[in-house]
Design a protein around this ligand. Structure first.
Ligand code: ADP
Ligand code: 5GP
Length: 200
């Protein structure tokens, strides 16, 4: 029997500071079957970020052109900046059998879940609001006003966790990563992505 396989679309979402980026980079380091979908954003690049690795940093005008050209699988304004997932980062790879990983906000995740019913959606929850606050301050990548904005948005985002197929509380990082790995291991065997060709 020959097996052909469509790639998995893994959608990771949750409030800013929950640990999505940390879990995503660990998964990408350890599992070569995943490719990260690099989003476009109009927000400024942080010092530790690399152009075309973490994001494609683009102008408002470039964003408008992509929008008008129907280039996005989903797009959203998050914490007052615009972000979008390019179709070109996703579909070709999935059709070649590669797994694709999206780290996107809950608005974007909702729209992907509606369009791509077989996507694997995972919500990353912080152990508490207090921990979230500490993590955003410890990460030290946003100013006080931006941190406040992210914390204010977190409550509404957390209310949406019931829409996701899986929920992971990122308290102990190793445990959370084990749980994410278990989801990935099981979903790799999900029959929806297999097209077995039974030979005579
Ligand atoms: P997100 O991508 O969801 O915004 P990050 O991955 O940037 O979040 O994590 C926010 C901060 O919290 C980072 O400084 C990260 O090192 C830290 N962090 C992530 N997971 C944990 C954890 N389980 N326990 C403590 N700190 C964590
Ligand atoms: P940050 O500015 O901290 O990198 O990301 C802020 C939020 O935007 C995070 O919740 C992140 O998941 C989300 N995000 C990143 N890329 C995209 C995208 O392409 N689409 C959407 N909808 N959200 C995104």
């Amino acid at each position: 029997m020959t097996e052909t396989r469509k790639g998995m679309l893994l959608v990771i979402s949750g409030p800013s500071g929950a640990g999505k980026g940390t879990l995503v980079s660990r998964l990408l380091d350890l599992d070569p079957t995943f490719a990260f979908s690099v989003s476009v954003t109009t927000r400024a690049r942080r010092e530790n970020e690399i152009e075309d690795v973490h994001y494609h940093f683009i102008s408002e005008e470039e964003y408008d052109t992509l929008l008008a050209g129907d280039a996005f699988l989903e797009h959203a304004t998050v914490h007052s900046h615009r972000y979008g997932t390019l179709k070109s980062e996703v579909y070709e790879r999935m059709n070649r059998g590669q797994n694709v990983l999206l780290d996107i906000d809950p608005q974007g995740a909702r729209s992907v879940m509606e369009k791509e019913k077989d996507c694997v959606s995972v919500f990353i929850l912080p152990p508490s609001y207090h921990d979230l606050k500490i993590r955003l301050h410890t990460r030290n990548t946003e100013n006080e006003q931006e941190i406040e904005r992210r914390l204010n948005n977190a409550r509404g985002e957390i209310e949406q966790m019931g829409r996701y197929r899986y929920l992971i509380v990122n308290d102990d990082l190793d445990l959370a990563f084990d749980q994410l790995s278990a989801v990935v291991r099981a979903e790799k065997q999900n029959s929806v992505r297999y097209f077995p060709v039974v030979e005579e």
